[in-house]
Design a protein around this ligand. Sequence first.
Ligand code: HPA
Length: 247
Amino acid sequence: MSRIAIIGGTGLSELVGLEATEIEQTDSSYGATSSDIETGKLEGKTVCFLSRHGQPHRIPPHKINYRANIDALGKLGVDKIIAVNAVGSICKSMKPKHIVIPHQIVDYTYGREHTYSDSAETELQHVDFSTPYDDDLRFLLIKAAEQSNFVFSGEGVYACTQGPRLETAAEVVRLRNDGCDIVGMTGMPEAALARELGIAYASLCLVVNPAAGLSNEPITMEDIQRVLSEGIVDVLVLLKSVVAQLS
Ligand code: HPA
């Protein structure tokens, strides 16, 4: 059975349009998932939805039980995940509301439970993570974005920082020098855990602010919320378009 899941991030704790939803019995070997997993119909297709920060939004990025979330989705037969992530932009050309379908990751997080290969009972895996996102899913997202009139980039390097604080201006210079285009706090270890379980994974990022030091204005939650509430509408259009294309 092929099943797709959407993991909603900041600004997407509910999937508007998901119909006839049922709450799945979430069975994870790693503790509680961030939220119930809802299964319903979107564009006539079966879709599972999980809210990464909980419902309502309450779990900070470094406290999310990524292992439980991905494990529970895998146990429900999910073989594809589209993750939605709000990000800051390191690239001047990516303004707020810009959509990015990243192709690479640099991981700056620490202290997170980041692997299933960590006990004598589990098989030690050194998964190939050269291309962290699934290209087939990325291409579906890119095709959907091309068919829209949204401003988007079909590539980008995602820097995952620890949070919950935002970066210093000097840290953002370092991220730029490292080749990163966007910065968020939740892309890892989510993507790597999906790879360990063999689940195809891609991310749909919405730029909600210029990263620290790149604008003369301070970064405020009010500004981020405003961009999110507008931009998430575009994100939903793309999600529906991709789901509609799945067989
Ligand atoms: N930095 C890290 N994570 C973020 C940002 C940012 O500027 N904006 C949204 N998530």
